[in-house]
Write a protein that binds this ligand. Structure first.
Ligand code: SF4
Ligand code: SF4
Ligand code: SF4
Length: 306
């Protein structure tokens, strides 16, 4: 695959779809309340009117395609991967570690939910970051804002050890054992965004996770583009580790690469260097493919060095 623009369009489309799905799930809360209270379209109409009955029935029909609608509304709570689509469960890998650390066991459905995320990571590396994670849409926008503001103000570009995110992961696991799994809404950017959207729509309230979003946003704005993704987010670090030898990866045709150029390094939001044939932490966003003047970058089956 050489078309970076196609990848960028697909990645925006899939992430916007995730946001819309989460909004729909939040709206399901009202449906769930009606289901628990009445569990009958006629009673819903008597209590809340004909339009509510029609919405109730349409919701019933549509979301039954994805599993048990009321249960989805109850269990998702803004967690992108804790979801069931068309019968297939998805379990967040960090949530899985957290449950293991606190409860020392997994339910069968919960464990099976790891198959899709782990397979994706083993095939495509950190692809979750560019195609599913709704926080990356926010960070993508902040990176553009930072670039604009750089014309007027000085912003440092700080690099720290990427192992810092392992510390956040293990610290979070310890905190989860002590305080409960809710701590992740403050440590996982996409959970913080998802929970804030969910609380706003389902309950009309602000979530404490909004504070975490503000902190992550300031880190990105003041310290470097996608700073939170590169150095703080435990999921990104975990997926980068699992997918470090992914089946597919970014590839470079060295014979076409220009010695004087370093556009791919400058543009990469993850600070990966395709020019140096680095692949770990690449999220296959396609930005370097778009900018490469000689089209010598592509995504395909990993070339193993001899
Ligand atoms: S590093 Fe974390 S917050 Fe950033 S894009 Fe990946 S999963 Fe989302
Ligand atoms: S190397 Fe960087 S810019 Fe290129 S696809 Fe990977 S993450 Fe995107
Ligand atoms: S952008 Fe293309 S030509 Fe430039 S350094 Fe990267 S791979 Fe080489």
């Amino acid at each position: 695959m050489r078309s970076g623009k196609t990848l960028l369009i697909i990645s925006i489309f899939t992430r916007v779809s995730v946001v819309l799905l989460l909004c729909a799930l939040a709206l399901l809360t009202e449906y769930h309340n009606l289901k628990v209270a009445y569990n009958n379209p006629r009673l819903v109409e008597l209590s809340s009117g004909k339009t509510t009955r029609q919405l109730y029935e349409a919701t019933d029909a549509f979301f039954s395609l994805f599993g048990e609608p009321g249960k989805m509304a109850q269990t998702n709570g803004g967690m992108t991967w804790s979801i069931r689509i068309m019968g297939i469960p998805f379990t967040d890998p960090v949530a899985a570690l957290s449950v293991l650390a606190k409860d020392h066991r997994w339910g069968v459905g919960f464990a099976l939910g790891l198959i899709v995320p782990l397979t994706l990571a083993l095939l495509f590396g950190r692809v979750f970051c560019s195609y599913i994670c709704l926080a990356s849409l926010l960070f993508f926008s902040i990176a553009r804002l930072r670039r604009l503001l750089e014309k007027f103000f000085y912003f440092p570009d700080i690099s720290i050890n990427r192992g810092f995110a392992w510390g956040v992961l293990f610290g979070g696991l310890g905190a989860a054992v002590w305080l409960g799994h809710g701590i992740w809404s403050l440590l996982l950017p996409y959970f913080a965004v998802g929970q804030t959207i969910f609380h706003g729509i389902a309950y009309g309230t602000l979530s404490v996770a909004l504070g975490a979003i503000i902190v992550f946003s300031l880190l990105d704005l003041c310290l470097g583009k996608q700073f939170s993704c590169r150095y703080v987010c435990p999921t990104g670090r975990l997926l980068g580790f699992i997918g470090r030898k992914s089946y597919f990866s970014i590839r470079r045709d060295a014979s076409q690469c220009l010695t004087s150029c370093q556009s791919c390094i400058d543009v990469c939001p993850m600070k990966v260097s395709p020019k140096m044939d680095e692949t770990v932490d690449c999220s296959m966003c396609g930005e370097c493919l778009v900018i490469c003047p000689t089209n010598c970058l592509s995504i395909g089956k990993r070339i193993t060095k001899k």
